[in-house]
Design a binder for this molecule. Structure first.
Ligand code: GLU
Length: 373
């Protein structure tokens, strides 16, 4: 499928929120989901690939055990998810079987992305399923994901998955028409942004100011975070009103009113893992000169620009690089936290004198460094 910018969309991740799934109980909701699955299969029959990221386990589980509201406590959410995930998969199996399709369940947590080998393993499984013509249905593994290690929302999970499998596009189906440049409840001039090439501070403010209204179910802020991941990974991302539109070729072809975040770069695979998958084990604070050099001149991070290292990390770990209060980069370190604190502020030529060895000139080599802002 080609769009007006001549981009070809062959591998697409489709994120479907809890609202869409629970709406199934009404006739119109059932129709919308049936239509969407029909669209997914006509897309697949045209030699494309689709991966579904589906929420709804907690909502379905809570309803099944008679809860009036979605639980807020962790054990309650986890128990509901364990119950609801069964029904969620039964639903996808039934819907896809109508088209002769087979589905596969994949449950992931942030932990599964921390280790690069595990990360690549999950990716290979998804790619194998696609090659078999099976539709992977992915959700967060809510039953084991504790607060500290959960994605929390499937917007972010879907973007990380899209980045990981090298998808061409991510479509987030929600209940609003797209991303507004303000809160339409308060500002009558707020309009939908049809094309976004850069996420600005104004957009971040607009996303936070609309928190709490139906606009932000799933959260526009989390959709912006997802867009940031997608755009850095060569994935175009669409926010679409699933109640109005389901035709994938119209959405991807640009004839539907929605918001499209256009990706103009594609980070190399290892850098995508450093930026969006790996566990961050510590923090390095750098001075403004070093921040400029790594950001503007794409240099490696040298000891001379480092002010402090924190977190007790080891060589080979991933750390966040800060300049004052702003996180400016992430990277894989060549030295431990302890060693960096011994060589910080010094020239690389002095490393041997200070550590009695000199493994590398750089604290983080530019090949292992991802600039975030
Ligand atoms: N994983 C959660 C569920 O299946 C949903 C998270 C979300 O809605 O973003 O209920």
């Amino acid at each position: 499928m080609k769009n007006s910018q001549n981009r070809i969309y062959k591998r697409v991740v489709i994120k479907i929120g809890s609202g869409f799934i629970t709406g199934q109980t009404s006739d119109s909701g059932t129709c919308a989901l049936n239509r969407l699955v029909e669209e997914i299969y006509s897309f697949i029959r045209a030699r494309n690939e689709a991966i579904i990221v589906s929420s709804g386990a907690i909502a379905l589980g809570a309803t099944k055990i008679g809860l009036k509201k979605r639980p807020v406590d962790l054990p309650g959410k986890q128990a509901s998810a364990a119950i609801g995930q069964v029904d969620l998969m039964k639903m996808w199996e039934r819907l896809c079987a109508k088209h002769g399709g087979i589905v596969a369940q994949i449950l992931l947590t942030k932990h599964d992305f921390y280790d690069r080998e595990k990360y690549l393993n999950a990716r290979n499984t998804i790619l194998k399923l696609l090659s078999l013509g099976v539709v992977p249905v992915i959700n967060e593994n809510d039953t084991v994901a504790t607060e500290e290690i959960n994605f929390g929302d499937n917007d972010t999970l879907s973007a990380v998955v899209a980045s990981k499998v090298g998808a061409d596009a991510l479509i987030i189906f929600t209940d609003v028409d797209g991303f507004y440049n303000g809160d339409p409840r308060k500002n009558r001039d707020a309009v939908i942004m049809r094309e976004v090439r850069e996420i600005t501070n104004e957009m971040k403010r607009a996303a936070t100011s609309s928190a709490g209204c139906s606009l932000s179910i799933g959260g526009m802020a989390s959709k912006l975070s997802a867009a940031k991941i997608a755009m850095a990974s060569g994935v175009d991302m669409f926010i679409v009103n699933g109640k109005k539109y389901s035709c994938l070729s119209s959405i991807l072809g640009g004839s539907v009113k929605c918001t499209k975040f256009i990706s103009e770069q594609k980070m190399e695979g290892k850098k995508r893992w450093i930026a969006f998958g790996a566990r961050v084990s510590g923090k390095i604070l750098v001075d403004a000169g070093a921040a400029r050099a790594i950001g503007k001149m794409s240099t490696s991070l040298l000891p001379s620009g480092v002010l402090l290292a924190e977190g007790g990390f080891h060589r080979g770990d991933i750390v966040s690089v800060f300049c004052a209060d702003t996180e400016i980069a992430k990277g894989m370190v060549f030295y431990s936290c302890e060693d960096i604190n011994k060589i910080k502020g010094h020239k690389s030529s002095e490393i041997h004198k200070l550590l009695c060895r000199r493994d590398y000139d750089e604290i983080i080599h530019k090949d292992n460094l991802v600039i975030l802002s």
